[in-house]
Write a protein of this length. Sequence first.
Length: 256
Amino acid sequence: MTLRVADTWFERRQIDADVTLLWEPHVVPLDRCNIWHIRGRDRDLLIDSGLGVCSLRQAACDLFEHQTIALATHSHYDHTGCFHEFEIRIAHAAERESFVADTAKSLRVDSLPESFRSYLDRVGYGLSSEYLITAIPEAGFPIESWQQTGASPTWLVDEGDIIDLGDKTFEVLHLPGHSPGSIGLWEARSGTLYSGDAIYDGPLLDELPESDIDVYIATMLRLLTLPVNVVHAGHDSCFGRSRLAEIALAYIESRS
């Protein structure tokens, strides 16, 4: 299969004066994560970093003029591709070793285990193409030999830790289930939750080797208690408290 060269790899949308959403439109929906850049007074925060097909720092260099700390909501490869581009890298201790061990080794769909592809078909993330991308970032891109660059966290966090940007603070919430070290960031002042893959408005993956359905149910019950105004999730669109309740309750009912 010959893939066309994309005009641009990352797209972005300004959410408000300080929050920018970036994403990779030429990555298949399964692996197209939301990348959140938050500008602070003293330093900026990046939440997740995409698949890493090309450099996020170069493509969005205007966003990284200040010191930027990068946080990974969990170690899955679609959220950590450009993690290595940042000097300060934050993650939960439960997944510390996974950031180097579990990097993506190929962009070919047939490199994924058959059992995993069958599971994706069943939940609605069917992969019908040859690659995990639908275009290439530049002519001559080595699509057959590409591998992700792994990078270990430099700052390990846990429940209740605070990420301080000077004029904004975020509380770390440990939200396991999808993965053991899944975390979210809670900004109480605005009622904003950056949820990673703990909850999003799409097929929730809970049959991965590292997933735990009982723990995931407990996380959903916890999320129902948060006075959320808006959820900026790891995939798909933003949503409010009522939609969070619908997703969480539907998940609990389906797994109880």
